[in-house]
Design a protein around this ligand. Structure first.
Ligand code: ATP
Ligand code: MG
Length: 626
């Protein structure tokens, strides 16, 4: 026992020393007192809590902007190359200019009565003002809650209500491809919904909303619904705002933002992150995972409305003084070469995107990629879903010309990257830790600086979502396999796992086998009850252009799984899907597909579904089941 204690003590010292050194690179108004990390993961002992660097005071905005401009002398370095929806629309902003804009907007926020701890909703397209708005919140100590600008009025209203925002920042509208999105109209609709609900729930206490608008599209003001009492134009208030703005000094454990999860598995959870640990961790993961070099031009294609956009488009790169591309449009507009064109335009060195985008672009073959040189690329990244071998190989061979390593970064809104200080384990059904080559539940044994702190508004949900299934661990909800070399392979969500005649199968495995067929562009496999086997497989396939869905193809696909995995995994049913239901962050929503396979119309929470209209076609093309 003595030896174990000594080792644990040594580890604790190393851990504290390691993060202490990294913390020294940032600015702390006052240092932390006590332990670097303090936590309880075991709900059978006490309430769950996680704290990092308690007692320290700092400001996020100061660290990512003032520190770079004043101490690091990076004022003239480009923070963002902004690339608009149309290739002719572009701009750039330096660190000094960004700091100046942020200070002005922080003063505007203060003038509107926003103070430390207030919640501010941001519903904006991918424009520089979005970054300005979020950093201005951080500067005055307000908590931002960013809602992806593709969400509906109802989804926006739900989020505003759930975290009691006292101000909403939006834009008049924007183009996504050739589709015009009337943001201000959606906003008004959301506030109407919100108003009614709010009055109803709080017996008459009405929150006053102001709506800032940044005139992005240059539309005539008259075309936009306008309420003089609450609506304020961004450009008007910015004109009068001062450029000096003292940051609000906050505690390291004060909240930085609340962000809702993608809702792949159920109602989205409002995940709360705090300042100190999140700063250290996003800065460090960005630096090492992407091997950041000062001369890099880094491009993360995620929307700022997702955790990837928060951590690896905004806070992580800015904390390192990096230059990034901020892209407003979509990968297929004006044509399917747009990504590669942008890479050549800005000489992007590090490129980070999602499997859904890779699968989409892969459909069009190699030619649109090869039209551009992509010579500047050094490292590729992927995030969001398991990446199937087909997509990985195309990304590696075609996009990266077999030169660029691919960083597959697994994480969640709750966790950010498993990295230094992350201690994963794989548990069996009964909660035993499995050693060596193994497959089971992915859990984490200890917190790290940027792990989530709570589900906003519900300790109950925090505890039951992450800590109840296996007391003493943070439970990710994902399945995982450890190979003989010790690498971890995410096999998909636990909810998506199947048990066929006593064999545990992951959807990722079956889907990868089907994806290898030439005709298949995308596939999702779900479980369907079976009277004998317990469960059977029901698959939805989207075909590449020029391929037909025939009985022969169905047989070929079934045989392919039989050959690759074994007869046990051969799907009982395969149906055609013109499109798969996806979250607005591009993830396949298998829980809806399970319902469709069973012909159940009660689909549960669909607020994060990107396109409702895909459901009807899927119900129509259902295959009769036993
Ligand atoms: P909800 O929690 O509301 O159901 P969500 O889990 O999709 O939504 P996010 O936090 O955005 O919301 O996504 C995290 C999940 O995405 C992970 O739990 C995992 O299932 C999946 N994921 C993310 N990155 C990867 C990756 N590189 N490989 C495999 N899976 C990934
Ligand atoms: Mg999740």
């Amino acid at each position: 026992t003595g030896c174990v204690f000594k080792n644990m003590f040594l580890l604790l010292i190393l851990y504290t020393e390691f993060w202490g050194k990294i913390a020294k690179e940032f600015y702390w108004k006052t240092p932390y007192t006590g332990n670097f990390m303090d936590y309880n993961f075991d709900l059978t002992r006490a309430k769950i809590y996680i704290r990092c660097m308690q007692g320290a005071t700092t400001n996020m905005c100061y660290n990512v902007l003032d520190r770079n401009v004043n101490e690091k002398k990076l004022g003239d370095k480009i923070a963002f190359y902004w690339e608009g929806n149309k290739p002719e629309d572009y701009a750039r902003i330096t660190y000094k200019e960004l700091l100046q804009q942020v200070c002005k907007f922080a003063n505007v926020l203060r003038a509107q009565g926003i103070k430390k701890g207030d919640h501010v909703a941001i519903y904006m397209p991918m424009i520089i003002e979005l970054i300005v708005a979020m950093l201005a919140c951080a500067r005055v100590g307000a908590v931002h809650s960013i809602v992806f600008a593709g969400f509906s009025a109802e989804a926006l209203s739900e989020r505003i209500l759930d975290c009691s925002c006292s101000l909403l920042i939006t834009a008049d509208g924007f183009y996504r491809g050739d589709k015009f999105i009337k943001l201000k109209e959606i906003t008004d609709e959301a506030l109407k919904l919100h108003g009614e609900k709010y009055v109803f729930f709080t017996a008459g206490r009405v929150l006053e909303f102001s709506t800032f608008k940044c005139s992005n599209t240059g539309l005539c003001m008259l075309q936009i619904p306008w309420n003089e009492e609450v609506d304020v134009w961004w450009h008007e208030v910015m004109k009068e705002a001062g450029e000096e703005c003292e940051p609000e000094w906050c505690s390291a454990e004060d909240p930085l933002f609340i962000l809702y999860t993608s809702g792949s598995t159920g109602k989205p959870k409002g995940v709360k992150h705090t300042i100190g640990g999140y700063l250290l961790y996003t800065a460090t993961t960005f630096k090492y995972v992407f091997d950041y070099q000062p001369s890099d031009v880094y491009w993360c294609t995620a929307d700022v409305g997702w955790i990837t956009g928060h951590s690896y488009l905004t806070y992580g790169p800015l904390a390192n003084g990096a230059t990034s591309v901020l892209f407003e449009g979509v990968p297929t507009y004006p044509d399917v070469s747009r990504f590669w064109e942008i890479i050549d335009k800005y000489l992007v060195t590090k490129f980070y995107t999602a499997p859904t985008a890779i699968r989409l672009l892969m459909k069009y073959g190699d030619e649109p990629v090869k039209r551009f040189s992509r010579k500047s690329l050094k490292i590729l990244g992927t995030v969001g879903e398991p990446i199937n071998p087909e997509a990985w190989l195309w990304y590696y061979n075609v996009v990266g010309d077999r030169r660029c390593p691919i960083m597959d970064t697994y994480w969640q809104t709750e966790t950010t990257l498993p990295f230094f200080s992350v201690v994963p384990a794989i548990l069996s059904e009964s909660g035993e830790e499995l050693e060596g080559e193994a497959e089971g539940y992915l859990v984490f044994k200890k917190p790290w600086p940027s792990i989530m702190r709570e589900v906003y508004g519900s300790y109950e949900r925090f505890e039951s979502s992450y800590f109840k299934r296996f007391p003493g661990y943070f439970v990710t909800g994902d399945g995982c396999k450890r190979d003989k070399d010790g690498y971890y392979w995410i096999t998909g969500r636990i909810d998506d796992m199947l048990n066929i005649s006593g064999h545990l199968l992951s959807t990722a495995e079956v889907e990868s086998a089907i994806m290898e067929h030439l005709a298949v562009a995308e596939v999702a496999a779900v479980s369907h009850p079976h009277p004998v086997k317990g469960e059977s497989l029901y698959c939805f396939v989207t075909l590449k252009d020029g391929h037909e869905f025939t009985d022969e193809l169905v047989t070929e696909l079934k045989n392919q799984v039989r050959k690759k995995i074994g007869p046990i995994a051969a799907p009982d049913y395969i149906q055609i899907a013109a499109q798969l239901p996806k979250t607005r962050s591009g993830k396949i929503m298998r829980r809806l597909l399970r319902k469709i396979a069973r012909n159940e119309r009660d689909l549960g929470n669909t607020s994060t579904l990107a396109d409702e209209s895909v459901l009807e076609a899927l119900f129509k093309n259902r295959v009769e089941t036993i």
